[in-house]
Design a protein. Structure first.
Length: 543
């Protein structure tokens, strides 16, 4: 079992119909003291090594653990590992379906949880600064999603089997940032999940492939790649690329129709909080009917492994479905209404109950990618221009932070210039704001297509104007649209863009030279002269 510093509690994207009462009546939030880490660890080790603690029905070692409210639970241990003085135990609550627990003691600290979905009970283990440990009940509605209904159109996923997903997954070797220090792997071809993860009570299990077309896999990859484009991570569909990373640097998303290892029916996906970089536990997506569903849910579940919580409202504390074309990634951007734009958020919408800074949390785990273009005229990247046609060589970039402004320099002759600054062709997050500056750095034009708030066609920016000959600067950054209740702020307006365009090319003139000395000899000749300012005919006859 690999090291993980903090795992909160299980988060499942699921739908629950009805409620189940439970017999544990204790004060919410009251912590039960368990003594020192060393003493509690020794108590656990003594129990699991005792023959008298073996469950006669399962043949597994069992634990009796106290929980708040003067109660005890019996835990069946399905996985045990002692490593470098530490201890890891994973299993399920005896006799309780859809339950799981893990307890880990490492580096003198203990953490873990006990989850009982049908009883709507959740407990968390923790260690105080003085080295004592405790267990505390948590509000299940804040730790486990219990009311997220998948779209009725989920039936698409069972019909879209015209190709083998195993062949598709192996033939697609997509990568968003080769060489990045972290990786996210989209796994569509079935998987044997080893023992010791926080799934299936710690037992090993197999899940079958998600039978979808290569087009669905590609679209899902495009969405997740663009959502994580600002960060220093490689999103890939290649198993060999994933296997090239250490377990502490990777996260697997398993796409499968199977959800019979501890989930409710009609589940969208599942993930444990805080597992990215800390162990090799996968997260899951159970819908693959469209690339939009597979991509949005995949980004959402990986967000949980990076410690992100749900975006919702006080009036509906489950998932915020968004408004017009927009929704937060950590809400519900695909159900019950698909939103064209899904962005990271910090709760800048009406009645938001979560102001978690998504970008800061993700960057803390995996870091931002490096800035690719300078943020001032003095550090601007020069745009290459064809001297004959004036065509601007295509140039790409990434707005990786909402404070990022990428600058470019170009020279034009006198006349018309045009630029198109486009984000990705589908599922973009970056709403582009472009500006033109003169040679002294003064803004002479601002360009942004007014967003209709109902589609992504207005994320791009275009420039068509007339300029005098000279040197100019073009900047690209992200922006918002509408208000935070009808559109979105510039907070999550991040991602890829490409610049193309045409300027007035510099003219090449011919000067006739007479009575000049060439290598000490008199005569006539011609001399090519490039008009650096452009647009002026410098050809002249010397008498």
């Amino acid at each position: 079992m690999k090291k993980f510093n903090l795992i909160k509690l299980l988060c499942l994207t699921l739908a629950l119909f009805g409620t189940v009462s439970h017999g544990f009546a204790q004060k919410k939030g009251e912590a039960l003291n368990l003594g020192t880490t060393r003493a509690f660890k020794e108590s656990l080790q003594k129990q699991v090594s005792s023959k008298s603690s073996v469950n006669a029905r399962t043949g597994k070692p069992s634990l009796r653990v106290a929980v708040p409210g003067n109660k005890e639970l019996s835990l069946d241990v399905n996985f045990q590992e002692d490593e470098k003085g530490g201890l890891t135990l994973v299993g399920r609550v005896n006799g309780v379906e859809k339950s799981t627990f893990f307890i880990q003691v490492e580096d003198g600290k203990l953490h873990g949880d006990i989850i009982m979905l049908e009883q709507k009970l959740a407990f968390e283990y923790g260690t105080r600064e003085d080295g004592t440990v405790y267990i505390q009940e948590k509000d299940i509605n804040k730790l486990v999603c219990v009311d997220y209904k998948v779209p009725p159109a989920n039936t698409k996923s069972s019909k879209q089997k015209e190709e083998s997903s195993t062949a598709n997954a192996r033939n697609l070797t997509l990568q968003s940032r080769p060489g990045a220090p972290y990786v996210i792997y989209l796994d569509f071809d079935g998987e044997h999940v080893p023992a010791g993860t926080g799934w299936n009570g710690g037992n090993a299990f197999y899940v079958s492939p998600m039978n979808v077309s290569s087009a669905v896999i590609t679209e899902a990859w495009e969405i997740i790649a663009e959502d994580y484009r600002p960060f220093n991570v490689n999103v890939t569909t290649s198993l060999s690329v994933f296997n090239g990373y250490a377990a502490t640097s990777r996260q697997r998303i398993i796409y499968t129709p199977d959800n019979n290892f501890g989930f409710y029916p009609n589940v969208g996906g599942g993930a444990r909080y805080g597992t990215f970089r800390n162990n090799d536990w996968p997260c899951f997506v159970f819908m693959g009917g469209t690339g939009k569903w597979a991509g949005d849910i995949g980004s959402h579940e990986v967000g949980h492994t990076l410690d992100l919580e749900h975006d919702a409202t006080y009036s509906n504390p489950s998932y915020y479905n968004g408004h017009n074309a927009w929704a937060p990634i950590m809400g519900s951007s695909y159900s019950p209404t698909e939103r064209a734009i899904a962005q990271w958020s910090k709760g800048e919408y009406y009645n938001a109950n979560m102001q978690q800074d998504d970008l800061a949390v993700i960057a803390y785990r995996i870091g931002y990618r490096g800035d690719d273009h300078g943020n001032s005229t003095g550090a601007a990247t020069t745009l290459s221009v064809n001297s004959t046609t004036g065509a601007v060589t295509s140039r790409s970039g990434v707005i990786e932070r909402n404070t990022d402004i990428d600058f470019f320099r170009f020279t034009t002759g006198s006349g018309s210039v045009s630029f198109n600054i486009n984000t990705v062709s589908r599922h973009g997050n970056l709403d582009i704001l472009a500006r033109l500056y003169n040679s002294s750095g003064t803004v002479i034009g601002t360009y942004n297509i007014t967003n209709s708030l109902n589609n992504t066609s207005s994320l791009h920016a275009s420039i068509s104007t007339s300029l005098s000959a000279g040197t100019y600067y073009l900047s690209v950054t992200g922006t918002g649209a509408g208000t935070v209740n009808t559109g979105y702020s510039g907070y999550g307006s991040l991602g890829s863009y490409t610049i193309t365009g045409t300027v007035k090319p510099p003219l090449v003139a011919v000067r006739h030279i007479e009575a000049e000395s060439y290598n000490g000899e008199s005569g006539t000749g011609t001399e090519a002269c490039t008009d650096a300012g452009g647009g002026q005919n410098l050809s002249q006859m010397h008498a």
